[in-house]
Design a binder for this molecule. Sequence first.
Ligand code: AMP
Length: 112
Amino acid sequence: MDCLFCKIVAGDVPAEVLHTTERTVAFRDVDPQAPTHVLVVPREHFANAAELAAGDPEASAELVRTAAAVAAAEGHPDDYRLVLNTGAGAGQTVFHTHLHVLAGRELAWPPG
Ligand code: AMP
């Protein structure tokens, strides 16, 4: 399977990796939308968040725990946004589950 984030997990495509756990890898987004913009992905390939939750609930929970640890390490333990775009119509462009961690600026609601 030709999956960009599987290649980052494998170390075949370079990324600025910040944090790893047994089931997850966190790396900086190449096109940051906030001072902190990190993607947390499961090591195993699942196309979206619902498939991850159904296929590996523990990895799903670990994704959120890793995101919280990353936000805290970046100096934003209390104020950050987690985003899971699901489907092209909702803005998903990479079909390997990834949790966006955004922090470090005012984040408007509703999102665009
Ligand atoms: P989404 O639109 O929710 O699927 O998010 C995909 C994200 O992956 C976007 O924010 C991109 O900027 C980011 N991205 C694409 N290629 C890379 C890469 N090689 N390394 C890090 N982030 C990437």
